[in-house]
Ligand binder design. Structure first.
Ligand SMILES: [Zn+2]
Length: 382
């Protein structure tokens, strides 16, 4: 069975649409990595079966059992026909037969949930951690252009530096003229090659929206490319790495992934600093659970930020769909009694998705800093 490869941010709105049809959602995250012994001979199907039985045993109401049994049989059929082509598989299934599945290359923690809504958090976190980027790998003789989305590398263009770059090996003074003449020829040649390369790069970036550009290959050509980048591309440039121009795709992927992760950490550090400073001055930002949730309830958040590992219990008003920290018993908007929520962060993420706010998970040192400021925050529209 063909699974649409790789989740993109655009898919998330599709999941949000999917959730508008009634019914609970069976959310399945499977480790299907075929380089692991345990997953060979379709071991992931056995893992799925065990988890499904665990959930089924815990269901008390007959109607919910029926709903679960229908959703899980659709999921089982799908996984039964699935041929692994990535490290992880994500499936959302409902009793009405609607099913949404994607492969993901970042490894994920396997888990299966049966809830009112799709469990999107692991997908969001992977999208956030592995921001798509474009890579140019080049030396004097040729270049390749790749994009990388969620650790999936794809080649878009190959360029040959047509006409050999030759350096004459002269020794005598009488050859000085011809040496500089050939050198000038070679320089012109490099310029035209780099111009063609940048032109191809612009074409790739137009067809595949990415916010980050990395350069790899030989130092001298990388320098030449960087000098030739038009401003919009230069703004996207985040780092470079020396690599043989004919390095296998997997080496290009590994070398650039670590740049991406460093850039992500730096971006998170500065985002958290700006968030905390702005919140302290009350300039369109807030930190701490209650003010952040308030902003989400009221549709005022344009970006929701939370620290990796931060969790809190909460409460929800069924009438207003508003959420609150756990200490609240009644809705602040309609005064109705609230329902307990195990995980208010998951609900906050859903609110952010529903109101079109960006979502950013913060990791590493910046996460510690954010935990000190309440673990969550938001940049506000007003
Ligand atoms: Zn209410």
């Amino acid at each position: 069975m063909e699974v649409q490869l790789m989740i993109t941010k655009a898919d998330l709105s599709a999941v949000h649409e999917y959730e508008k049809t009634p019914g609970r959602v069976l959310s399945i995250y499977l480790d299907v990595d075929q380089s692991k012994q345990v997953n060979l001979n379709r071991g992931f199907e056995a893992a799925l079966e065990t988890r499904l039985r665990d959930i089924e045993r815990r269901l008390e109401e007959e109607s919910e059992r029926r709903e679960f049994s229908a959703a899980s049989s659709f999921a089982r059929d799908f996984v039964g026909k699935y041929q692994p082509g990535a490290r992880s598989l994500v499936v959302f299934a409902k009793a009405n037969g609607s099913l949404w599945a994607r492969e993901m290359n970042p490894g994920i923690t396997p888990e299966i949930r049966w809830e009112q809504k799709a469990h999107l958090q692991p997908v969001l976190e992977a999208l956030d951690e592995f921001e798509p980027y474009v890579v140019v790998v080049a030396d004097k003789s040729g270049a390749r252009i790749f994009t990388v989305t969620l650790r999936q590398i794809e080649e878009h263009a190959q360029l040959c530096a047509s006409g050999e770059v030759t350096h004459t090996k002269t020794t005598g003074l009488d050859h000085l003229y011809s040496q500089s003449h050939f050198q000038r020829k070679a320089d012109e040649h490099v310029h035209s090659y780099v111009r063609r390369l940048v032109h191809d790069l612009e074409r790739v970036v137009r067809s595949k929206p990415v916010h980050r550009l990395m350069l790899a290959g030989s130092n001298e050509i990388m320098g030449e490319i960087h000098r030739s980048l038009p401003k919009p591309l230069r703004h996207k440039f985040v780092g470079s790495v020396v690599l043989p121009a004919d390095a296998p795709d997997v080496e290009v992927l590994e070398a650039t992934t670590s740049i991406g992760q460093r850039v992500e950490r730096e971006a998170e550090n500065s985002k958290v600093e700006i968030l905390i400073t702005s919140a302290a001055k009350q300039v369109r930002a807030t930190t701490g659970l209650k003010p952040t949730i308030d902003a989400l309830n009221q549709g005022r958040a344009h970006e929701f930020v939370y620290a990796e590992g931060f969790s809190a219990r909460g409460a929800r008003c069924d009438a207003c769909d508003a959420i609150f920290p756990a200490r609240f018993l009644n809705c602040e908007y309609c005064d109705k009694a609230l329902q307990a929520l195990d995980d208010v962060i998951q609900s906050a993420i859903e609110k952010a998705l529903a109101t079109g706010a960006r979502i950013e998970q913060i990791r590493g040192a910046a996460a510690q800093r954010l935990l000190g400021a309440g673990g969550v925050g938001a940049f506000l529209r007003f």
